[in-house]
Ligand binder design. Structure first.
Ligand code: TXA
Ligand code: MG
Length: 331
């Protein structure tokens, strides 16, 4: 089991303890507003290697580099005007921008998988304070074994990686609950590489230009190599757009309509009885884990609208439901 330090116990203790582990070149699990991250010094190859080893993650899958603020990000990446506007508006927050890596950046190529671009995000709260204190960017994928459900609580992290890491910083339940939205600006056009915690509608309303989704299904997979098929996989099967539920299944409902068979099912959880997509996103991974823990053969999930944060929710659900032998990199 890892040592768990709650932020409430004193911000300084949490920051100091995390900084000690980071300086040793070891990864530490940290809370962000999206999901818990497994963070390590992005400039230290041994530290980055231990992220990949701890997660069992393929090394050709680049990691997001987390920065304290836009000033720090500009030391490492080239910002076109539109990317800078997006950063100024949405940071700190659940948005990752893929940008050209500056040649003078000391981010290690192991973190970017050798690409000449880098995914950068400025998170809300503890992680920002930690990076400011530590003074270097932190590479951090979600703090789960590769291919498994992303963690939204310290207990999730401890249950999965607790025997492989030294320290988990407990910041409570993640407010957003799904990973950041990943965008790449090219020739003044915004391309969506991964739907996430900032909705496409909010990005378009701010930017005043449409966000381009991949023209060919799966094209984003090549751009964001982590975006592949089976992922977020519970042990149970996952059945989408369910309008009924069987006795051996657990149900994730959405909205206030009862689902046929729910009274005889293993478990009924409602992502948001009020039909609020932000609430559903915040509950998604925890409820998938709870439903899985019942030993149900499958998790039946009621339809979730594909608008706003629903796009990110459905993206994660589709991958949770994908065949488990689907080939390709996972996070
Ligand atoms: O909310 C989040 O983004 C969380 C928290 C911990 O910050 N992090 C996260 O990181 O989801 P990770 O490593 O699990 O996902 C990184 C995604 C992958 O799909 C990867 O392929 C893509 O970002 N990515 C990273 N750098 C990239 C680059 N230079 N070009 C294209 N895609 C990139
Ligand atoms: Mg992940």
């Amino acid at each position: 089991m890892a040592r768990i330090i709650a932020i409430g116990d004193g911000m300084d203790e949490a920051i100091n303890a995390a900084s000690v582990i980071l300086a040793l070149g070891r990864p530490v699990a940290i809370p962000t507003e999206t999901v818990y991250g497994l963070a390590a010094d992005a400039t230290n190859p041994a530290a980055i290697t231990s992220i990949y080893e701890t997660k069992g993650r393929p090394r050709f899958n680049p990691l997001i580099c987390h920065m304290a603020d836009l000033d720090m990000a500009e030391q490492h990446a080239e910002f076109d005007p539109l990317s800078r506007r997006l950063a100024e508006h949405f940071w700190p927050g659940p948005l990752t921008l893929v940008l050209a890596l500056k040649p003078e950046s000391d981010i290690h190529p192991l973190a970017t998988a050798g690409l000449d671009s880098v995914g950068i995000r400025v998170p809300v709260g503890f992680t920002g304070d930690l990076i400011r204190h530590f003074g270097r960017p932190l590479a951090a994928p979600s703090a789960n074994s590769s291919g498994k459900i992303s963690p939204t609580s310290a207990a999730h992290v401890d249950g999965d990686l607790g025997d492989r890491i030294n320290l988990v910083i407990d910041g409570g339940a993640c407010e957003v609950g799904v990973e950041s939205t990943i965008l790449k600006v090219e020739d003044g056009e915004i391309h969506l590489l991964r739907p996430g915690g900032v909705s496409v509608e909010d990005i378009e309303a701010f930017a005043g230009v449409p966000v381009q989704r991949p023209k060919i299904a799966g094209a984003a997979i090549i751009e964001a190599p982590g975006m592949l098929a089976s992922h977020y996989a519970p042990n149970a099967g996952v059945r989408l757009n369910a309008t009924s539920v069987g006795r051996l299944e657990a149900l994730l409902n959405f909205g206030n309509t009862a689902v046929a068979g729910q009274d005889d099912s293993r478990m009924v959880l409602n992502l948001s009885p009020a039909g609020d997509l932000a609430e559903a996103a915040a509950n998604l991974f925890d409820y998938l884990k709870q439903a899985d823990a019942t030993g149900a053969v499958a998790i039946a999930v009621a339809p979730v609208p594909d608008t706003g944060l629903g796009e990110a929710i459905n993206d994660r659900l589709v991958r949770a439901a994908a065949p488990r032998d689907a080939e390709g990199p996972v996070e």
